[in-house]
Design a protein around this ligand. Sequence first.
Ligand SMILES: *[C@@H]1O[C@H](CO)[C@@H](O)[C@H](O)[C@H]1NC(C)=O
Ligand SMILES: *[C@@H]1O[C@H](CO)[C@@H](O)[C@H](O)[C@H]1NC(C)=O
Ligand SMILES: *[C@@H]1O[C@H](CO)[C@@H](O)[C@H](O)[C@H]1NC(C)=O
Ligand SMILES: *[C@@H]1O[C@H](CO)[C@@H](O)[C@H](O)[C@H]1NC(C)=O
Length: 196
Amino acid sequence: GFCSAVCVEVPSETEAVQGTHMKLLCISCMKREEVTASTVVEWFYRPEGGKDEPIYEYRKTNHEFPSRFSGRLQWNGSKDMQDVSITVLNVTLNDSGIYTCNITREFEFEIHRPLFTSSRLIHLTVVEEAGEDFTSVISEIMMYILLVFLTLWLLIEMVYCYRKVSKAEEAAQENATDYLAIPSENKENCAVPVEE
Ligand SMILES: *[C@@H]1O[C@H](CO)[C@@H](O)[C@H](O)[C@H]1NC(C)=O
Ligand SMILES: *[C@@H]1O[C@H](CO)[C@@H](O)[C@H](O)[C@H]1NC(C)=O
Ligand SMILES: *[C@@H]1O[C@H](CO)[C@@H](O)[C@H](O)[C@H]1NC(C)=O
Ligand SMILES: *[C@@H]1O[C@H](CO)[C@@H](O)[C@H](O)[C@H]1NC(C)=O
């Protein structure tokens, strides 16, 4: 059993776009390699202002309750029952609400059979279209502003530097008349022709 995958409890996405498939992620890391456990998974749906109704169950076999999700729910969990996710096919705006994933695990020790339960809530919002996240739009705009600003600053700095350097060179050339005997590396760059 030392080759088993690491189990990480990732929270589910909470936004779905209508017409797409939405995986309601429910991961519960409760593995005990050395003991067998039987797992029962119950999925509930609660509309805004309503109460929990069972929509899906795993109890040795998969069972879908008659609900308005009928035919649209698919088991999407893993064999080792660490991941007990389901997928809602063809999400509608009406599917917004609270989904609860309740897991009950019974460990089969020799003497006793302790029960462990865990529960996850997913507050799902279904939107009409995939819209860009407002904060990501803002940060994108900020990035472009910063880019333009940096480019301008770089240009200004370059022009400034160039002027400074050419002024310094002019000044150096004026002073250089005394040192003309010394060969200058910059001679070929001189703007002012040097005549003897
Ligand atoms: C589980 O969901 C993934 C996408 O999240 C999909 O590729 C995969 O086919 C699904 N598996 C089952 C058994 O539904
Ligand atoms: C999804 O549902 C809409 C109505 O809610 C239906 O018109 C459409 O055909 C469905 N698409 C699929 C792939 O089932
Ligand atoms: C959404 O739900 C309301 C009431 O629950 C129902 O009247 C309506 O027809 C539903 N709409 C769709 C598209 O399923
Ligand atoms: C799910 O489990 C939690 C904790 O065990 C419990 O409080 C809650 O009532 C359960 N939900 C449903 C709908 O049975």
